[in-house]
Structures are given as structure tokens and as C-alpha cells.
Design a protein around this ligand. Structure first.
Ligand code: NAD
Length: 359
């Protein structure tokens, strides 16, 4: 079992990664939680696959488990679904000494995480991510949220879990598109961090390669994210680096109106921002193509006609990472060499000059 420690001033926890570890959920949870009632929250795809197995493991060591299920999909990251889950927990008599376990992808982690953050002003939380995106990214770091109208993650909280359990074997039931989407975030981390992860990424040439190396990919990605989060829990500085590819990516994702997954949009965003910085001489020559090669190897999109839409700039200017009239653009000048360039929001259109990004 690989254990990665996330040590924060007010809350420390382990991320435990091993193939098949789902069967040991009972022992792992009982090593940190006293016997209590657990709200085991999953979506309608994950629940039939894994919820009973996890519930049985927890009950076998003395926990009382209530299974809750919500419809799969981003639309469930809503106040309405949050309200329904809260109502169910209240009806089942949950109190502040009980706990929530999020078993599922990033939607489940964000929704059930925010449920834990807000139920009776906060009860204990454990994350068991089952999608690649959730295993390598969203389950670690404590960001929880729901969407409102068309604005993603607008209502949320930083709320750290007590434990994260990652079983790479659960990825075997994930659809290929979902697997590949999560890999977009891995390439992002590899480009930021260089070293062993970039070496591993260079050997990944198909979705099957992603699956075969999932545990190692998770270990490296989680270690990088844990280091960044430990250096900057609430995104004041270092944590901004994780937004590489996200400024343009979020804009394209919003304009795609559900047709692009998050990791796909990040893939397009990483290539676009790198091309712009390479053309300005701020990134090494050939870096854009290096990234394209790695992303295309698994079938990720590297460009989009949406980049030509003038609406891209409206989205970028309204990016919630915009602070004091400035937007911090994250780029890499070489693999393993991330940097931040702060641009006044009013100048962003001239600076990005997206017309130069060949579609
Ligand atoms: N909190 C953070 O730091 C953070 C970071 C990045 C993204 N996110 C959020 O994560 C969400 C996207 O995450 P996602 O891509 O995991 O979406 P998701 O949770 O919707 O999962 C994608 C699909 O895979 C299914 N699924 C998950 N695990 C499965 C498994 N093992 N077998 C079969 N099917 C499975 C789900 O039911 C869903 O249909 C977005 O809402 C995004 O905002 C949060």
C-alpha cells in the first residue's frame, strides 16, 4: 500500500493507494473513525457497481451504513440534490458525530464533500474516488462545491477529508472517454512537474496503457498535488499552478455546453496557452508539439473551433480566478518549468491573441 500524507495546519490525512483496496475499506475506515453511522453517497452508475461491496466491508467491522444514490452527471451538483441528500440524512437521524463517504467520480466527491461540509455545520468526510479524474485530482485538496444555474462550483467550501482511499481497479469499469478525460489532468501535472511522472507519461500511447499504469500514475499525480496543497491550502499562490490549461480550457468547456468533458477542455487549453507562449518566445520551441503528441496518443482533443469564438474572451475575463483586475496565466516554459504571468484583464485579448492559435 502506498501512503501519501497530506499535512495541513489544521487537518492532516492519508491518501492510501492500492489495487483491490476497496475490499479493505472496513479496516481502513475503522483505523481512523470510531463506530458511527455512515452516509455512503454514490451516483446511479457507481452505486450498482460498488456501493454494496463497500457497505458490506464497513458493516462487517461494526459501522451502520445508509446507502444514498443520486442521478449520475454534472446536473446533480445542485442545491436541489444537496437538499434531497440532507433531507434523507436528517430523516435517518444523522448527527454531528456521524460521517459521510463519497464513493464515485468528481461529481460525487464535490457534492458529497459539500454535503459533509454543510450538514449540521460539518461532519466527518472520507473520499473513495472511482474515476481517474477523481483519483488523481479532485479527491485530494479539499475543494467541494455545487453549481448554480450555469456557474460551476459557485457555492462551495474548502473541506478536507479524514482519509482518501484509491483503488485503481475500479477504473476497469469506467468508460474509455471518462478514463481518457482524467488522463488530461495527469499530462498537466507531468508537464508541471517533470521527473518520473513525465517519463511515465512518455510511455503511455493508448487508453489500455493508462489502465495498466493507473496506480503509478495516481501515486505521482497525488504526490504532486499533495505537495502543492501543503504549500498553499487555499490557492493564494503555488496552488494556482494547477490551473495550467484551465483559463482557456474553462472558457471552451463553458461554450461547448456539455459537449466537452473537463479533462478534454483542459487538454485544448494547455495546447492553446502553450502555443501562445511559444510564439511569444516565452516557452521552448517545440514544446507545443511535445504536449500534442502526448495528448493525441490517447485520443484527447488538442484544439476546438470554439477557440475562434469571440465569446471565449468574455468567459476568460469573467474567470473567477480573476483578482484585482488581473488574471494570472499559468504556462510552462519547458517540461517541469511552470511559471505565472499576470496580465491586466483589459489587456487579455491582445495578449492571448487567440487568432494565432491554429484550429
Ligand atoms: N474538487 C476539485 O478539486 C475538482 C477538481 C477537478 C474537477 N472537479 C469536478 O469533478 C467533476 C468531474 O469529475 P468526473 O470526471 O469524475 O465526473 P463524474 O463524477 O460525473 O464521473 C464521470 C462518469 O463516470 C462514472 N463513473 C465514475 N466512476 C466509475 C467507475 N469506477 N465505473 C463506472 N463508471 C464510473 C460516473 O457515474 C459518471 O458517469 C466536475 O464536476 C468537476 O468540477 C473537482
Amino acid at each position: 500500500m502506498k501512503i501519501i500524507k497530506v499535512e495541513l495546519p489544521d487537518h492532516s490525512y492519508n491518501v492510501e493507494i492500492e489495487n483491490g483496496v476497496l475490499n479493505c475499506t472496513g479496516q481502513l475506515v475503522s483505523s481512523i473513525w470510531s463506530k458511527r453511522k455512515i452516509a455512503l453517497v454514490s451516483d446511479s452508475n457507481v452505486a450498482p457497481l460498488y456501493q454494496d461491496r463497500v457497505a458490506d466491508a464497513l458493516e462487517s467491522v461494526g459501522f451502520t451504513v445508509h446507502n444514498y444514490q443520486f442521478p449520475a452527471g454534472e446536473a446533480s451538483k445542485s442545491l436541489e440534490v444537496l437538499g434531497n441528500l440532507t433531507r434523507e440524512m436528517a430523516a435517518d437521524g444523522f448527527n454531528r458525530d456521524d460521517g459521510v463517504i463519497a464513493l464515485g467520480g468528481g461529481v460525487t466527491g464535490d457534492l458529497a464533500g459539500f454535503l459533509a461540509a454543510t450538514y449540521m455545520r460539518g461532519i466527518s468526510l472520507i473520499q473513495i474516488p472511482t474515476s481517474l479524474l477523481a483519483q488523481v485530482d479532485s479527491s485530494v485538496g479539499g475543494k467541494t462545491a455545487v453549481d448554480l444555474d450555469n456557474t460551476k462550483n459557485i457555492i462551495g467550501a474548502f473541506y478536507q477529508p479524514d482519509l482518501v482511499i484509491i483503488d485503481s481497479e475500479t477504473l476497469q469499469t469506467l468508460k474509455t472517454r471518462d478514463l481518457v478525460e482524467g488522463y488530461g489532468e495527469i499530462v498537466k501535472v507531468a508537464a508541471l512537474s517533470d521527473g518520473d511522472l513525465w517519463k511515465l507519461v512518455q510511455s503511455i500511447n493508448s487508453p489500455a496503457d493508462i489502465l495498466a499504469n493507473a496506480k503509478e500514475l495516481s501515486i505521482h499525480s497525488v504526490q504532486y498535488k499533495a505537495n502543492v496543497v501543503m504549500g498553499d491550502e487555499k490557492e493564494g499562490g503555488l496552488r494556482q499552478l494547477l490551473n495550467f490549461g484551465h483559463t482557456i480550457g474553462h472558457a471552451v468547456e463553458a461554450l461547448a455546453d456539455g459537449d466537452l468533458r473537463h479533462g478534454e477542455a483542459v487538454s485544448i487549453g494547455m495546447v492553446a496557452i502553450t502555443r501562445i507562449f511559444e510564439e511569444k518566445g516565452l516557452s521552448h520551441e517545440g514544446l507545443t508539439q511535445t504536449l500534442i503528441d502526448r495528448l493525441e496518443a490517447v485520443g484527447l482533443p488538442v484544439t476546438s473551433p470554439l477557440l475562434e469564438s469571440p465569446a471565449v474572451f468574455d468567459k476568460i475575463k469573467n474567470d473567477k480566478k480573476n483578482r484585482d483586475g488581473h488574471l494570472n496565466l499559468i504556462y510552462v516554459h519547458q517540461i517541469g518549468g511552470p511559471a505565472i504571468k499576470s496580465i491586466p484583464s483589459d489587456d487579455i485579448q491582445d495578449f492571448l491573441d487567440i487568432k494565432t492559435v491554429k484550429v
